[in-house]
Design a binder for this molecule. Structure first.
Ligand code: ATP
Length: 456
């Protein structure tokens, strides 16, 4: 492939761009990294925050039937006995008899080592929970686990939430937080890591209404991705077959995304029945029931669980927004992020570093910063700076030029179309606010003019 041909996204291109532009770095980079752990850089952290915030807004803030929670990562180890993780949360592990590499048995197409073709051992179950010790004595009695999912923190707080939030069935609890799994096979960048973040909902319903709510949440979650700009053709639903279903689950759908390595799970939506609450009732001896308003009886609700990964959402958003095109015989690489997700909303670019121009541009920057994540960049030629902002997915660039000193106007350049308008500096903030909320670029403020259509 020549530099000058627009091509498709590959994981290699994405990893390199993410590292070059400060989205994502290998963890502990200067020590050679740590397998399947990643750090979010100055730009990546904003993208990730925006994804979390969009999820929280849609699932907690804008709903009357949901509340949020933030529970601790370390929990009483009995939680993991009750949930079944101590005995069940395992993958089948095989080891190559020649090179001793370890693999997840269900990842191998034939019973051969993918590296050296050697024979592999019989599968043994390998528990994916990370163990550590609580307190200063490292003995079995002090073992605690790093949580492998955030969901259990919700179940064990069921009664606390019920007592304090005055919610009645159906209602849900949402949580975003870190989870840890000692995955046997990792890879595909941030798709499968050992430390990751989940966004989970446990939605409690009256038994008998669970099928309806299950369908509702599958639809709701699918729409959430599409509202954030994920293309319909890149997302699909896949129902778990009977033998794939966890023993307690009534039904489960994966929401899959068409990642560069193929269709893979982005989120799972499961009908877990009353399994979790009943297990915790048995192991804790506490009642985890609530009043059914109709029958006036105390019941154990069923639960619908939409469980999404923050990092997998970041990856899907990056893949979906990535684009290459030729502009003036040069390759332009850009991210078409939805404005709500774009890590940097506005870049202020003075045409030159001349003092009188910098002063105006810095005033503009100071005016915009409290409202939007804004970057100031006065290095290199303006074309290079536009390309850099394209690679960061910045929806709007504001350019201050010498004419600005005379007419108090600045140009706003749109990322996707490269169209430009020129508006009074005093109207910049309101204009950008409207554009970021979805208004067409060519709707002009008083005194504004269309400057340039397309091209660069
Ligand atoms: P997989 O089959 O890919 O291992 P899973 O079915 O075990 O995933 P769940 O237990 O349903 O995953 O977890 C819910 C969500 O958490 C997943 O849809 C995914 O987005 C995220 N997730 C799970 N494991 C990882 C991981 N190792 N790295 C990043 N995200 C993960």
């Amino acid at each position: 492939m020549t530099e000058n041909k627009p091509g498709k996204i590959t994981m290699e291109k994405l990893v390199s761009l993410c590292q070059r532009r400060g989205f994502i770095f290998p963890s502990s980079d200067i020590y050679g990294g740590l397998s399947a752990c990643w750090d979010y850089g100055p730009v990546g952290v904003e993208l990730k925050r925006n994804i979390r915030e969009a999820w929280w807004r849609a699932n907690v803030q804008e709903r009357d039937d949901m509340v949020g929670l933030d529970t601790s990562i370390l929990m009483n180890p009995k939680v993991w006995e009750a949930s079944g993780h101590v005995t069940q949360f395992s993958d089948p592990l095989v080891e190559c008899k020649s090179c001793h590499q370890r693999w997840r048995a269900d990842d191998l197409k034939e019973n051969k080592c993918p590296t050296c073709d050697g024979e592999v051992t019989e599968p043994q179950l390998f528990n994916l929970m990370f163990k550590t010790f609580m307190g200063p004595v490292e003995e079995a009695a002090n073992v605690v686990y790093l949580r492998p999912e955030t969901a259990q923190g919700i179940f064990v707080n069921f009664q606390n939430v019920l007592n304090t939030s005055r919610k009645r069935l159906p209602f849900g609890v949402a949580q975003i937080g870190k989870a840890f799994r000692n995955e046997i096979t990792t890879g595909n960048f941030i798709f499968r890591s050992r430390e990751f973040e989940q966004m989970e909902i446990e939605y409690f319903v009256k038994p008998g209404t669970d099928d309806k709510w299950f369908d509702y949440w599958v639809e709701e979650r699918l729409n959430w991705y599409m509202k954030l700009g994920i293309k319909k053709e890149n997302i699909r639903l896949r129902e778990h077959s009977k033998d794939e279903l966890a023993h307690y689950a009534k039904r489960c759908f994966d929401i899959d995304y068409n990642f560069p390595m193929g269709w893979s799970e982005l989120e799972g939506v499961a009908n877990r029945g009353d399994f979790d609450l009943k297990q915790h009732m048995e192991y804790s001896g506490k009642s985890l029931t609530c009043l059914d308003e109709e029958s006036k009886e105390h019941i154990v609700p069923y639960v619908i669980e939409p469980s999404a990964g923050v990092d997998r959402s970041v990856l899907a958003v990056l893949c979906d927004a990535y684009d290459e095109e030729i502009v003036n015989d040069e390759l332009r690489v850009l991210f078409h992020f939805h404005t709500d997700l774009a890590p940097i909303k506005v870049a202020v670019l003075p045409l030159s570093r001349k003092e009188n121009l910098s002063a105006v541009a810095k005033d503009v920057y100071a005016d915009l910063r409290p409202c939007f994540v804004t970057q100031y960049d006065d290095t290199q030629a303006i074309g290079r700076r536009y390309r850099r902002q394209d690679e960061l997915g910045t929806p709007y660039c504001v350019t201050v030029d010498f004419q600005s000193l005379e007419d108090n106007m600045a140009t706003i350049r749109e990322r996707d179309t490269m169209n430009q308008i020129r508006v009074p500096i005093a109207a910049l903030r309101d204009t950008l606010q409207a554009k970021l909320a979805g208004e067409d670029l060519f709707v002009l403020p008083e005194g504004g003019v269309i400057w340039k259509q397309g091209g660069e």
